[in-house]
Design a protein around this ligand. Sequence first.
Ligand code: IPM
Ligand code: MN
Length: 342
Amino acid sequence: NKTYHIAVIPGDGIGKEIIPPAQQVMEKVTQGVADFEYENFDLGAERYLRDGVILPDEELERIKKTDAILLGAIGDPRVHAGVLERGLLLKLRFALDQYVNLRPSKLYPGVESPLRNPGDIDFVVVREGTEGLYCGAGGDIRKGTAQEVATEVSINTAYGVERVVRYAFELAMKRKKHVTLVHKKNVLVNAGDMWQRIVDEVGAEYPEVFHDYLHIDAATIFMVTDPSRFDVLLTDNLFGDIITDEAGSVVGGIGYSASGCINASNEYPSMFEPIHGSAPDIAGKGIANPTATILSTAMLLRHLGMDEPAAQIEAVVEADIAQNAQTKRTTEEVGRDILARL
Ligand code: IPM
Ligand code: MN
């Protein structure tokens, strides 16, 4: 068996509760194929509130040496907005150059969509993860005065855009061969034009893949009127952030949404996490649904080349959801039911 070294960041709130069942599933499904050595990192709001530390360099260096990261959830209402987002989550994405934020949305049989006619929803958003408005470029001058000027600059590099565009086309080749670029090129003419040109250029190398374009505002409409039209949605960091929340809701809530922050060149480890947050309102009650985290382990395994176990997790989760989507279960029960099917 090959041994993989996994950094585990349970984080805050329900993060600590949903990680153990996910690890159990991951282990069972890879028996005889792989072994995992976990290294736990105490990072998040609690650590920050306790000793004022967010992500020490020494710990970041240790994380860099692992094969992949499994993250629960980060966040706590006692910490000022932006501190952990920038200091921990975004710092990891940037430091580990996780340029593909991969967010699949699928409406599982048995799950109720808020849409009247949801159709067959099964698409993936490829969100750029290291550029755009998330770079932190910008500033604030004359703060607090009537002359204050605050700016955030969206950085888009040809290098950064091309690599994520290429990833989207490669992914489309394994799916329904349809890439939709989502931007706002009628207003953001510089970045929008560059994204479109790069999509056209890279797209020419993939003649089998059909590609089209939607403005972000129109895309939010189709997301509720006709989401089954989508296969691979390709977009920048902020548009991707927004559209994936909408995507999560049309497939019945973010409780089923997994995600991967991927360094597709494998220079640094990729990170897998449920899209939902730390849910302080239900933390400690043992009722958080671990399904999205379990689905995130499938993405982790696929990233490490274990397609077969990954597909097995997805099939078992799908069967579990079909049977139990309307049943109230504890975290432990969901984990046990899914394990029992493996
Ligand atoms: C997400 C989150 C993060 C983001 C926040 C917490 C920084 O909303 O993963 O979608 O905006 O990327
Ligand atoms: Mn978000």
